[in-house]
Design a binder for this molecule. Structure first.
Ligand code: KG4
Ligand code: ZN
Length: 343
């Protein structure tokens, strides 16, 4: 009988400690996520030093739970996949050190995974890897990144458009803060927007109407919201937070979808896979599905639980890179806070 191949995924790039077990080429056996949201809530955002300390405190517990849920023993693990870029450096180092120690103790190979590549493949968690049809367009919209890619294969991945400054998730978080919403901002802003008028105000995303580039700039829209609120206060004009939230969300997504539509036209690719925390937003999903239908292309998303940081996507990409792309990592690898542009 053929021996099963188990990939252990480790993710600790920001405020989630997550470990998963992936069986052979397509079956996710466990994906344990310990979220630090409650800890960082009182600070209004992630405090890097606090995040690394909590990863350190919880990683062993998360590991044991992931094995228990997958019903395997540590000695059965075949490969360790760990995210080493991009992210908070202290947090990445905790996951990487844990992975190195395990690799040495169990005498099994280890492979590093770019966290962004994880988000790019998160739509395919629990699907057959043979179902992934190249080439396609990938979009990552998260707290740290807003990028559009072409994927000619699982290793021929190129950025064709990106934000020049803030990520879209960062803009959501900052506007949410200005509106007095609790951390994490994105999901709370989406909830507030449900009760607002999306056409009440117009906010501009930089480069939105520049047809010569697929890039965008999200730093101005948050300033636009702040200026509008200040002017309301000065002039004693009444406004509803719900309307600000709905209008901001509409404008941010309108700009992003314009660029995705442009990317589809330029690349002539008809399949788009979208991942990252912001793709959790149901209003966005409806908006882009409508646009995709009109413009004749297909969009796939991860299950909502896999839009946020998770180790399932890391084990999937680790398996892919190790088994299909034959990539190997030395144990003396480093971690990088900025994304290294090799995928
Ligand atoms: O992918 P992720 O968990 O972490 C990073 O790699 O950054 O993304 C987190 C980001 C945060 O900015 C968060 O506010 C945003 O995703 N987010 C949302 C929603 N859920 C999470 N933004 C808009 N609408 C949501 N429903
Ligand atoms: Zn992420």
């Amino acid at each position: 009988m053929k021996k099963n191949f188990y990939t252990l995924g480790i993710e600790s790039s920001c405020d989630e400690t997550s470990i998963s077990v992936f069986k052979n080429d397509s079956k996710l056996l466990s994906n344990v996520v310990y979220s630090q949201i409650e800890i960082h809530k009182k600070f209004g955002g992630v405090v890097p030093e606090v995040a690394s300390r909590n990863h350190l405190e919880k990683i062993n517990f998360v590991f044991e739970n992931a094995l228990k849920k997958a019903k395997i023993k540590a000695s059965e693990i075949s490969l360790i996949a760990v995210s080493n870029t991009p992210g908070l450096i202290g947090s990445l180092i905790i996951g990487a050190s844990f992975a190195k120690a395990l690799s040495l103790t169990l005498n099994i190979p280890l492979i590093t995974v770019n966290h962004i590549k994880g988000h790019l493949f998160s739509s395919f968690i629990n699907k057959k890897l043979t179902e992934i049809k190249y080439p396609f367009l990938g979009v990552v919209i998260s707290g740290g990144h807003t990028q559009i890619f072409t994927l000619k294969s699982s290793k021929n991945i190129k950025v064709i458009g990106e934000t020049k400054d803030d990520a879209i998730g960062e803009a959501f978080d900052k506007v949410a803060r200005v509106l007095g919403l609790p951390y994490p901002g994105g999901i709370n802003l989406e909830k507030l927007a449900l009760k607002g008028d999306k056409n009440k105000y117009d906010f501009k995303v930089g480069l939105e109407d520049d047809l010569s580039t697929l890039n965008l700039s999200f730093s101005g829209i948050k300033t636009g919201v702040i200026n509008r609120l200040n002017s309301f206060k000065q002039k004693k004009i009444k406004y509803k937070k719900e309307d600000i939230a709905a209008s901001f969300q509409e404008c941010a997504f309108r700009a992003l979808i314009k660029k995705i539509n442009m990317a589809v036209k330029i690349s002539k690719l008809k399949n788009v896979s979208i991942g990252g925390g912001v793709s959790n937003n149901m209003y966005f999903r409806k908006m882009i599905l409508k646009s995709a239908k009109k413009n004749n292309y297909n969009v796939v998303f991860p299950k909502r639980i896999y839009t946020q940081d998770n180790a399932a996507m890391i084990s999937l990409v680790g398996y892919l890179d190790y088994k299909i792309n034959n990539r190997r990592t030395n144990l003396n690898f480093d971690c990088y806070s900025k994304s290294i542009k090799s995928f």
